[in-house]
Design a binder for this molecule. Sequence first.
Ligand code: AMP
Ligand code: MG
Length: 328
Amino acid sequence: MVVLGIESTAHTASVGIVDERAEVLGLASDMYRPPKGGIHPREAANHHVELLPGLVERALESARVRPSEIDAVAFAQGPGLGPCLRAGATVARMLSLAWSKPLVPVNHCVAHVEIARVLSGLDDPLLLYASGGNTQVIAYARGRYRVLGETLDIGIGNFLDKLWIELGGVFPGGPAIEKEALAGQELWPLPYSVHGMDVAFSGMLTATLALHAKGAARPDLAYSVEVTAYSMLTEITERALAHRGHGAVVLGGGVACNERLKSMVRAMVEGRGGTMYAPPRSLCVDNGAMIAWTGHLAHRAGREVPVEASAVEPRQRTDLVATPWRGN
Ligand code: AMP
Ligand code: MG
């Protein structure tokens, strides 16, 4: 079975094609980069509308697959930015109708877990999902993926992006802060906001900008922010792991590509006798292959929707989405 998947929840438009063994046959992605400031949903959506048809062609070409060989079309139904989601869903509906293939809605967060799960071979891992708009610890329990902990204000990536722009840089901030932090030497004390298994970042944003205004060096601030924010994420992941009693952790999201975060989480997990897995960058960031793979799992379990019932759900809750392929 070959499934084509479309991802368009935020700034990335991506088309992936996978087979029944989770082999990624084709993957074509393009990220919207705002000329200045943060992401504007409508401009990102325009980018997706313009690029998706070409990305579909590129993915098909690199997969050497003809439309007639596609068995289903999957798309990210939510959560995400409304205009961006609608751009991807529209293309998916069109392909489904034009090719007469079933249409399969997929939850974006579940897709991050499922691609890491199949790539790692770990049966029941916990996901630390650290991306632009999302910061969550997710695990499967009693028939659903459950959000055990999450950010109480902004996503970690949005926090890093906003901070970096305020410090004079350009989007995306996460990778730039990672580079800048390598030259950091002084660890400034910053608000460490962990509340049970939840975190918050806006206090750290304010405090870092206040230190910068007082003359603290940017590399030191980058270093301090990374150490503090990633310690918070490691702590909530550890708390969730302790509750579950067994220790496999997978990573997902753009921020999860960060080397410092990966090594901190790895040290914590391995210290508890568990296993940590991070997908390669192209499958860790938002991508169409994870939507295609989860679409495959869902379709095999009987899931498909008529076009009339395929509305996007910008606030779709991960723990309300059925995952029949995981059984009970
Ligand atoms: P996503 O929302 O999953 O597509 O990821 C995008 C976010 O990941 C943006 O906020 C980026 O700043 C962030 N990001 C990408 N690479 C890194 C990195 N190496 N370290 C930290 N953040 C990163
Ligand atoms: Mg994502």
